[in-house]
Design a binder for this molecule. Structure first.
Ligand SMILES: Cc1cc2nc3c(=O)[nH]c(=O)nc-3n(C[C@H](O)[C@H](O)[C@H](O)COP(=O)(O)OP(=O)(O)OC[C@H]3O[C@@H](n4cnc5c(N)ncnc54)[C@H](O)[C@@H]3O)c2cc1C
Length: 265
């Protein structure tokens, strides 16, 4: 059984790929030669930048903030949504504090205060709670479409290679599936060049389907005009009374199922 060495609080400072290995220097000053380097460092991957230069993110037109706060909304094992044109708040809780998400249309990382100013319902209260949150995540809804996922001894994995944006709800699955496919390809192939090519060719169709799903979903997450919001609110409120509820849910979920199962492992 092999062993893995975990090092926390360190990062790659420089990386030089060569025929006998990749020479890596870390920000801690430590250095080493590695047979393979796998960059699984997320949407803003520094490894991707080191190897491929700047790969522009594809902005999907919205931004998302998410944070944990006291559950003053009185929700338990349920999720609530409040939408106005161009902005949406959702919150869920499962017995503990609430997780609150705030999504709005706009340029990457434009001002969230401005975007939600004057919002109805409990917008002002939740904006204030966001300021005090200890775990605020805030970023644009963006995708990564790296033209290649490997170069020499370096491969990209997960969001670093193909972030589908949080709108897809598929990024974790794609990252895990990618890790499995990459490991399998490395185990099968005699060398990393063949393995990286297999990894990419097996993953590409599945990734393309999930990226397309993400682009489609972003239209639901970043609300359009008042009519679309009223239509959705009515649909959500009345779904539980619909005589064919199961079929309606199945129809809504069909594109997700298709994307999620577009690979066999
Ligand atoms: C609000 C939100 C909701 C989401 N909801 C879902 C969902 O419902 N379902 C789903 O499947 N996916 C969801 N996702 C997407 C999911 O979180 C990502 O797709 C997934 O985490 C990608 O995994 P990863 O390992 O590739 O990257 P990450 O999880 O981003 O991990 C990258 C790691 O690399 C580290 N790192 C970054 N730079 C460096 C560096 N220079 N040196 C060293 N380390 C570095 C980071 O600290 C981080 O730990 C959501 C994302 C967000 C933001």
């Amino acid at each position: 059984m092999g062993e893995a060495d975990y090092r926390f609080g360190d990062a790659i400072a420089s990386l030089e790929d060569g025929p006998d290995g990749a020479d890596v220097t870390f920000t801690s000053g430590r250095a080493g030669r590695y047979e393979l380097v796998v960059g699984a460092d997320g949407l803003h991957s520094a490894t991707r930048r080191q190897v491929f230069g700047e790969v522009p993110l594809t902005h999907l037109g919205g931004n998302i903030a998410i944070f944990t706060t006291e559950n003053t909304l009185g929700i338990d094992r349920e999720e609530i949504m409040y939408a106005e044109p161009g902005r949406l708040i959702f919150a869920y809780a499962a017995g503990g504090p609430a997780r609150v998400g705030m999504i709005f249309a706009g340029e990457p990382k434009s001002s969230i205060d401005e975007a939600f100013r004057g919002g109805g319902w409990r917008t002002a209260e939740l904006l204030a709670a966001m300021q005090k949150a200890g775990d605020l995540y805030f970023d644009s809804l963006s995708q990564v479409e790296a033209p290649r996922w490997s170069s020499g001894r370096v491969a990209l994995l997960g969001d670093a290679a193909h972030c589908p944006s949080p709108a897809s709800g598929q990024g974790t699955s794609m990252a895990l599936v990618g890790a499995y496919v990459l490991a399998e390809a490395l185990a099968e192939a005699g060398d990393h060049t063949a393995a990286f090519a297999t990894y990419e060719s097996r993953m590409r169709p599945y990734v393309a389907k999930n990226m397309a799903f993400g682009r489609r979903m972003v239209k639901d997450m970043v609300p359009g005009g008042s009519f679309a919001i009223a239509f959705r609110n009515y649909g959500m409120r009345t779904l539980k009374y619909h005589p064919r509820k199961e079929q309606v849910i199945e129809r809504v979920l069909a594109p997700l199922r298709e994307a999620a199962t577009a690979i066999a492992i």
